[in-house]
Write a protein that binds this ligand. Structure first.
Ligand SMILES: *Cc1c(COP(=O)(O)O)cnc(C)c1O
Length: 224
């Protein structure tokens, strides 16, 4: 199927569950993004700051660019003026830098806190206590250029659906707790980013509002 057909099909399936699509275009050329754009897609996910910045320059300005990959502090400056949502905030130091660059760009930058839910040790992300600590007014109160819009998580890469379901359910539970305890002008908790090509149906069933789908739309990626 073509990129355009894929976009239409996923948009329709997700729409039934009030879930939105972040089309993960990392490593893919601008022509592929333009094709998805033609089909009506506006949210694109990238995992490298400079790659995102050059695609931003080249492509229509009503695209919403989402940073989904691990973000180094010294790269925040490349995307701060235009990024729509950073899914991958995994430390207070990174959040501080985003706040600083947000101030320079004279805007509030929407962020998701990335939570570690998978069994693999290597994945990035905060644990439950670290999430709670970051949301305290002593910390977030000092960062007027940050909006915490929700949480993001990646499940274990496994065929064991029950395990994946459990991990997504734990993230949803944390999301609900934060939403009840902290909901405010700066902690809006509107977005729960979970689900990729292989597990988006499970994620939707567990309450995802935003799935990040790459290879199922654009085809396998070539890392060279
Ligand atoms: C690459 C990536 C995706 C998309 O993965 P696919 O399996 O190609 O759908 C989703 N989320 C994150 C954080 C990624 O890095």
């Amino acid at each position: 199927m073509s990129i355009q057909e894929n976009i239409k099909q996923y948009t329709e399936e997700l729409g039934k569950e009030n879930c939105r699509l972040c089309a993960v275009s990392k490593t893919k050329p601008a022509e592929d993004i333009a094709e998805a754009y033609e089909a009506g897609q506006r949210i694109f996910g990238e995992n490298k700051a400079q790659e995102m910045a050059s695609k931003y320059e080249e492509l229509p300005k009503d695209i919403e660019w989402h940073m989904i990959g691990h973000l180094q502090r010294n790269k925040v400056k490349y995307i701060a003026p235009f990024v729509s949502l950073i899914h991958s905030v995994d430390s207070e130091r990174l959040l501080k830098e985003i706040n600083k660059q947000g101030e320079k760009a004279d805007r509030v930058i929407p962020c998701l806190l990335q939570v570690h839910i998978a069994e693999e040790e290597s994945k990035f992300g905060l644990d439950r206590d670290e999430v709670m600590a970051l949301l305290q007014p002593e910390i977030l109160g000092e960062m007027p250029h940050i909006e915490i819009r929700g949480l993001m998580g990646m499940a274990t890469n496994t065929d064991d659906d029950a395990r994946v379901r459990k991990e997504f359910a734990s993230l949803k539970s944390l999301f609900d707790t934060v939403k009840q305890g902290f909901d405010s002008e700066r902690i809006t908790m509107k977005e729960l980013s979970m689900g990729m090509s292989g597990d988006y149906r499970v994620a939707m069933a567990e309450g995802s509002t935003l799935v990040r789908i790459g290879s199922a739309i654009f085809g396998a990626r070539n890392y060279t």
